[in-house]
Design a protein around this ligand. Structure first.
Ligand code: AMP
Length: 412
């Protein structure tokens, strides 16, 4: 129904082996077949606890190996042929697809199957898959509730629950749906939750729905992925597009460009195309088929630039993204961290370029406080850097009124 192999990235692993985590010989063989020989830190932290039946909160980003950290215990703890026992809630279709690939590949040696219930695609294949009595369901919350209402899936046998990227679910406004799903599940179950950050609403979810959870926190200090060089280009609003074009010319690698709105992803990708850049776009108004096509085009090298909105980009797992450009700054520092995590995955290196105007200065201060260091101020040939005095003249009509120009100059 869906194509999807497990994406292979270079990740940082630790010395110990999977055997020491308590996994069974067939699962160890399946891991070797995949080319996974040593666990990543999140896998080493979560797997023994989850195998022992503890509820776990894993604080880790995409790219840390967290998918296998929750899939492996699920495969060990659930018996084949037992109906839907494992439920994984994913924030986006792309993340759900990646999880489904892991479940299918790692579950195959025990004859276990997974259904994937995601929005934006036809119901028919999902009905067929559910009729085949899968042990696992991986779903985005909205489509899962549609199936519950149609009585095509039953959740009363779920004994293992995973809530993946809880903070992202929160950002997407999925909390009411998650609460509804959780109310449908048996009270006695084992729950693992992952999040890259721990905002209050996620803490509350933990207190309400997890039982005495262990916390495994492997986030890098400062929250952002390591191996990333953060650069800041301060320009006038009218110079943002030229700045992007210059950056794309200067850095020829695979590049992901973020805009805030779907409409901006559309016009910007068309503008880049006019300048001869091989570009695709991905946002929530596009069909699942178009989104998959855009990702495959990037993976295969058909185009080297992808313009994306935050929602569409969360699950992007494309090897070797060298450069992330924040054409618009996101709503939150957490989103900046998520966006940046698309590059420098695992142990790779990457550059994150932020194109900002003076209007972004409050956000930039928050961001730098969180990262614990200033972003490197950069300039690029052909694009005039931001001049505080000019901006103020345009705003006020006079250079000599007020103290704001000096304050701005000092800040940047
Ligand atoms: P994730 O954080 O789950 O998206 O995983 C990031 C990437 O690391 C994926 O491409 C996985 O295939 C890969 N990966 C996860 N665990 C391991 C491991 N123990 N050894 C090698 N690669 C891994």
């Amino acid at each position: 129904m869906y194509s999807g192999a497990i994406p292979q990235h270079h990740v940082e692993t630790i010395e110990s082996d999977f055997q020491s985590l308590g996994l069974s010989p067939p699962t160890l063989q399946a891991l070797r077949d995949l080319g996974f020989y040593h666990p990543t830190p999140i896998q080493a932290g979560v797997i023994p606890l989850a195998l022992a039946g503890r509820d776990v909160v894993g604080l880790a980003q995409t790219g840390s190996g967290k998918t296998a950290a929750f899939v492996l215990p699920l495969i060990e703890r659930i018996q084949p042929g037992s109906g839907v026992r494992g439920l994984i809630l994913s924030p986006t279709r792309e993340i759900a697809l990646q999880t489904w690939s892991f479940l299918e590949i790692l579950g195959a040696h025990r004859g276990m199957k997974a259904a994937i219930l995601i929005g934006g695609v036809a119901y028919g294949p999902q009905f067929d898959r559910l009729k085949a009595k899968p042990e696992f369901v991986v779903a985005t919350p909205g489509r899962l509730l549609d199936h519950v209402e149609r009585r095509t899936v039953r959740l009363d046998g779920v004994s293992e629950l995973v809530i993946d990227e809880a903070d992202h679910m929160l950002d997407l406004g999925f909390m009411p749906q998650i609460q509804r799903v959780l109310d449908l599940l048996p009270k006695v179950r084992h729950t693992t939750m992952f999040s890259a950050t721990m905002p209050d609403a996620v803490e509350r979810l933990t207190r309400q729905f997890l039982s005495d959870p262990e916390r495994v926190d492997i986030r890098p200090v400062g929250g952002a992925a390591s191996g990333i060089e953060h650069r800041l280009y301060l320009v006038a609003e009218s110079a943002k597009r030229d700045c992007l074009l210059a950056l794309l010319r200067e850095q020829p690698g695979l590049t992901l460009v973020f805009t805030r709105r779907k409409i901006d992803a559309e016009w910007l990708s068309k503008a880049l195309e006019k300048h001869g850049i091989e570009v695709e776009r991905i946002h929530g108004d596009l069909s699942q088929a178009k989104r998959v096509q855009a990702l495959q085009g990037l993976r295969s090298g058909r185009h080297r630039v992808l313009v994306a909105t935050d929602v569409a980009a969360r699950g992007i797992d494309v090897r070797g993204i060298d450069h992330v450009v924040q054409f618009d700054l996101p709503d939150s520092v957490e989103d900046y961290v998520h966006r940046s995590g698309r590059t420098a995955r695992g142990a790779a290196k990457g550059v994150v370029s932020t194109i900002a105007t003076w209007l972004d200065k409050a956000f930039l201060k928050d961001l730098e406080d969180t990262l614990g260091e200033p972003l490197r101020r950069c300039e690029i040939a052909g694009v005039e850097p931001y001049h505080p005095l000019k901006e103020v003249r345009a705003e006020r009509g006079s250079l000599h009124r007020g103290k704001a120009p000096l304050a701005r100059r000092r800040r940047f």
